[in-house]
Design a protein. Structure first.
Length: 396
């Protein structure tokens, strides 16, 4: 097995690096690396800059507006974007819903919704979880009753990331009131400004507003907003989750964070000595670096088993666990490094190339938000169940 990138891939890497150094909005890189809160306009400007270059929908096949890259090119692009400190895209439209739309949507639905995602004028939210249905998603109760050419939707969705930025929300709803599990569920797109939709903010442990509760009170939606067949929404939802779980790798971000940690550790010991010579810290750092390397190879292995635009299989659950535990290991190390300075804005690492250094508060916020990584997209326990049953074929 050759683990090196080809000469063409390395050339591609240089082109991507050059783009982020010279042509991507510099103020956004500055804002990301200073750990500032991002507003919708930041995401839109970043995504529209990428769209102008033809580099926004990087996971879509060429016929639907993707750049037609190989999986290795896509991997290199994602890595360079994060090493440069550019802003990741909001995934709901581009990474999750887009592939469902071009795979299962009608021609009319593709014409209606793909362009807005491709030029970042339309933002989407994901309405899966409910107050009483998270891990056991098939027990969801939000219902859509058919009334002539419309559905009437009633119920609640919760933990809906970026619903306050969204124009549309794709929802899993129960269209067969007699059903109890997977079969009576449909996948329906709702204009979030429809009468009867209310978006209620939830502030998370890092003090930021990423999350929301979305209430549906007699919301009328035309039947042409349903993706695919009525009652078959579970199938489309699972296809989407394969894409979602593969999107958590963020190898570039982990490498950039490790570089900042090492940079800071050189002078963070007692009296300005190097923490890299402290056997306890050095051993934790080595473990974390090995975890990031393992993540890198696992990501490449899982991506190479997938064609661009095709559905990642249940192996994406392996990647989800590895990626999210790796992110938590890195942010735990960051917090240890910051120590008591984690309660302040004090700098704990120096700037590194284009990026700013870390402040104590950034380490703490990141540590706190990263607790959610092993929950969203399906908890680690649920991923282990998927691996046991679907990948290893074990019986419960
Ligand atoms: C930051 C964040 C963003 C999110 N964004 C979105 C979003 O945009 N859209 C959306 O729809 N949802 C979103 N979610 C919701 C997320 O998908 C759910 O939180 C997750 O699926 C877990 O569901 P729950 O919170 O109801 O926990 P529960 O399902 O109640 O689980 C509680 C605990 O029990 C364990 N458990 C449950 N069942 C089993 C089992 N069978 N075997 C072993 N252990 C089990 C779980 O692992 C967990 O530890 C988000 C969540 C977070 C934290």
């Amino acid at each position: 097995m050759d683990l090196n990138f080809s000469a063409e891939d390395e050339l591609f890497r240089l082109q991507v690096r050059d783009y982020f150094k010279n042509d991507y909005p510099k103020d956004i890189i500055a804002k990301v690396s200073a750990g500032k809160s991002m507003v919708k306009a930041d995401y839109q400007r970043s995504e529209q800059a990428l769209a102008k270059k033809g580099w926004l929908a990087v996971n879509w096949p060429k016929e639907h507006g993707g750049p037609g890259w190989s999986v290795v090119q896509r991997y290199i692009f994602d890595e360079e974007l994060e090493i440069a400190g550019a802003l990741n895209v909001i995934p709901m439209g581009l990474l999750y819903f887009g592939p469902v739309l071009y795979t299962f949507g009608s021609e009319a639905q593709r014409e209606r919704w793909l362009p807005g995602i491709l030029n970042s004028t339309t933002f989407w939210a994901q309405g899966y979880s409910e107050p009483g249905a998270g891990s056991d998603l098939a027990s969801l109760t939000c219902r859509a009753d058919r009334q002539g050419d419309e559905y009437c939707i009633n119920g609640s969705k919760i933990w809906t990331s970026y619903a306050h930025f969204a124009d549309w929300i794709f929802c899993l709803v129960r269209t067969d009131p007699a059903s109890t599990r997977h079969d009576g569920i449909s996948f329906i797109c709702v204009d979030i400004r429809s009468p009867g939709v209310e978006v209620i903010p939830i502030r998370s442990i890092d003090g930021e507003h990423h999350l929301n509760r979305v209430e549906f009170n007699n919301v009328r939606v035309p039947i042409e907003n349903r993706i695919g067949d009525e009652g078959k929404g579970w199938h489309y939802a699972q296809y989407l989750l394969g894409h979602e779980r593969t999107s958590y790798a963020h190898v570039g971000a982990r490498k950039a964070e490790l570089a900042l940690i090492k940079n800071a550790a050189r002078t963070a010991g007692v009296g300005g000595s190097s923490l890299l010579k402290d056997p306890l810290f050095a051993s934790k750092l080595a473990r974390t670096e090995i975890a990031v390397k393992t993540l890198e190879y696992t990501t490449l292995r899982i991506l190479s088993a997938t064609q661009v635009g095709a559905a990642p299989g249940n192996e994406s659950s392996i990647l989800k666990i590895l990626a999210t535990e790796c992110a938590q290991a890195v942010s735990t190390l960051m917090l240890e490094l910051a120590g008591a300075d984690g309660l302040t804005e004090k700098a704990v690492s120096l700037p590194l190339s284009e990026r700013q250094g870390l402040s104590g508060a950034m380490c703490t916020e990141k540590y706190l938000f990263d607790r959610a990584q092993t929950i969203y997209g399906g908890t680690t326990e649920i991923q282990k169940n998927v691996i046991a049953k679907q990948v290893l074929g074990l019986r419960s």
